[in-house]
Ligand binder design. Structure first.
Ligand code: ISL
Ligand code: CA
Length: 569
């Protein structure tokens, strides 16, 4: 049914393979480890698994720097292991989506090795090579072709002595950007994608896919006060040919087989207006996008400028996305991924109310209209890790930022505070399977320390506890499958000015749900319309013992971090 593609009632589970399950005891998660945990995932009820990159990689950015698109990194296994995993996933009625990282390759990819070998190599133009700024000595500070900073600190250009030119890298110097203006590049990427689809994979999550079209000619960005580098974002995000490229990719790769597939474009900075275009089925680009507005509301000028969340901003933002993609396009829904801190620590309470607030957050997210994504460990209420000093961090983004900021005169303790709050490593501590050493993640020494809370917070304990976060997530996934109003209903935000309560209704064919979430550790009153009637309605799902008569005309009283889903028809 083209009106109701299957992914509208699906839930996706993201696996960060390095940190999920180690099958061979070398301390790093791998494909065999994932295969051994498929029953757990099927038990959660999710429909799709998305794997962060498992391709051969120098692992400068944990696999987002790919040196061969058509193989598996030995650290994760072999293509045979991959096929076995795919079979296991399909045998359980689930689908498998691969990460597609084609804004850039690794500098160790054969394409880049050729490209850098000489200025007249046939693949020279597969990447962005530019001479030094006019009148400047190549390789000296400020001689970069444009003033752009990279996402991972420092300039976005690396000088290559062999040929005396610079190459562009929006991320690390080991992640040179591909030149999508070159049709050979595009067709090589499409051929690779077809190769994976022919192997049986069910779609792609497309890494920073809105950065592939750059404004030409490349030029300087505005230098904001206090910034060392220019801001090139508007010159490479959502560039002039982005829709053309995605439509071409769709024609070349997905046409004729897209009904069974899932495609999601990761798009930093994308607006709701642009997202409508990207996800309008008639335009044949992608099924949905990952947007970043709601995970930027507790940040100032940069992600390291950490501020408290104002719940009204969150409702205004997500409410705008719900309305904007209601009739055309489709939302993806997420709190967490491998780049974000843990949501229970970020928007909930990872102390006394960890379990209850994790359930509240899951409830609010999963009852929106859109396709929810669960990031490994989120379903256990896993929390941020207690990193102490800079040596505890592994992610190049955090480590580079620390050295950069401290060299620039920042207070090291303040920088560490920001890393502890927003750092990507929070998401990357090993999955907590049980209370045995290293949480059952590995029999060896884990590549990254396990969160010490694993004795309490682990899958084995959660499976045995009907009141666990895991049990609650299983119910949330189930609701999307069994209640058409959850997958397909209209969405109406309520109480936009209430600083404490998240409230909305969903409606379909005479069935109506009211969803309430208390985002505080205090008892609060949700002053929704028709409160007394709603308080008496059927409780579909909650996270506290059903309250005694707690509603009156004035409102519904919610316990600290309480969530309630009520139903009437
Ligand atoms: O987390 C971020 C840094 O603040 C984001 O800007 C992130 O870099 C951006 O969302 C793009 O992320 C994706 O591409 C990166 C990779 O490091 C991330 O892990 C990936 O999700 C480069 O491939
Ligand atoms: Ca391993």
């Amino acid at each position: 049914d083209p009106e109701h593609p299957w992914w509208r009632s699906a839930v996706v589970y993201q696996i960060y393979p390095r940190s999920f399950a180690d099958g061979n005891g070398d301390g790093i998660g791998d494909l065999a480890g994932i295969s051994s945990r498929l029953d757990y995932l099927a038990g959660l009820g999710v429909d799709v698994l998305w794997l962060s990159p498992v391709y051969p990689s120098p692992q400068d950015d944990n696999g987002y720097d790919i040196s061969d698109y058509c193989d598996i990194d030995p650290v994760f296994g072999t293509l045979e292991d991959f096929d076995a995993l795919l079979d296991g996933v399909h045998a359980r009625g689930m689908k498998l989506v691969m990460d597609l990282v084609v804004n850039h390759t690794s500098d160790e990819h054969a394409w880049f090795q050729e490209s850098r070998s000489s200025t007249d190599n046939p693949k020279r133009d597969w990447y962005w090579w530019r001479p030094a700024r006019e009148g400047m000595t190549p390789g000296t500070p400020g001689a970069e072709p444009t003033n752009w900073g990279s996402f991972f600190s420092g300039p976005a250009w690396e000088y290559d002595e062999a040929t005396g030119e610079y190459f562009l890298h929006l991320f690390s110097p080991k992640q040179p950007d591909l030149n999508w203006e070159n049709p050979e590049v595009r067709h090589a990427v499409y051929a690779m994608m077809r190769w994976w689809l022919d192997r049986g994979v069910d779609g792609f999550r497309m890494d920073v896919i809105n950065l592939i079209s750059k404004v030409l000619p490349l030029r300087d960005g505005h230098v904001h006060p206090g910034q060392r580098h220019g801001d090139g974002f508007d010159l490479y995000a959502g560039g002039p040919r982005i829709h053309e490229f995605l439509q071409e990719m769709h024609r070349e790769v997905f046409a004729g087989r897209d009904a069974e597939l899932l495609t999601v474009g990761e798009m930093p900075g994308v607006t709701v207006e642009e997202a409508r275009l990207f996800t309008d089925p008639d335009r044949a680009e992608v099924d949905m996008v990952f947007q970043f507005e709601h995970v930027s509301l507790d940040q100032g000028d940069s992600k390291w400028d950490v501020r408290p969340l104002d719940l009204r901003d969150l409702k205004a933002s997500l409410g705008r996305w719900q309305a904007g993609l209601h009739d055309e396009g489709w939302n993806s829904l997420y709190w967490n991924n491998h780049d974000q801190p843990r949501v229970v620590s970020r928007f909930g309470d990872d102390g006394e109310h960890r379990v209850r607030s994790a359930k509240m957050l899951g409830t609010v997210l999963h009852l929106h209209r859109g396709t929810p994504y669960v990031y490994q460990g989120e379903e256990l209420g896993m929390a941020n890790a207690p990193f102490e000093d800079i040596d505890d961090f592994q992610d190049l983004e955090s480590v580079n930022h620390y050295h950069d900021a401290v060299a620039g005169g920042a207070d090291p303790e303040a920088v560490l505070h920001a890393l502890r709050t927003m750092g990507r490593d929070n998401a990357r501590t090993p999955m907590q399977w049980d209370d045995s050493p290293h949480a059952g993640f590995t029999t060896g020494t884990p590549w990254m320390g396990v969160n010490p809370d694993y004795k309490q917070v682990n899958a084995e304990a959660a499976l045995a506890d009907p009141d666990s976060v895991l049990a609650h997530y299983r119910r949330l996934v189930g609701l999307r499958h069994t209640e058409p109003v959850v997958a397909h209903g209209d969405f109406t935000m309520l109480l936009p000015d209430d600083p404490d309560v998240y409230a909305f209704t969903r409606r379909l064919d005479g069935v109506e749900l009211l969803v309430l979430g208390n985002f505080t550790g205090r008892e609060v009153v949700a002053t929704v319309p028709e409160a007394a009637e709603w308080a008496a309605a059927e409780l579909v799902l909650g996270n506290v013992e059903p309250a005694e008569a707690s509603g009156s005309d004035a409102g519904i009283t919610l316990a600290p971090w309480e969530a309630r889903v009520l139903r009437r028809s």
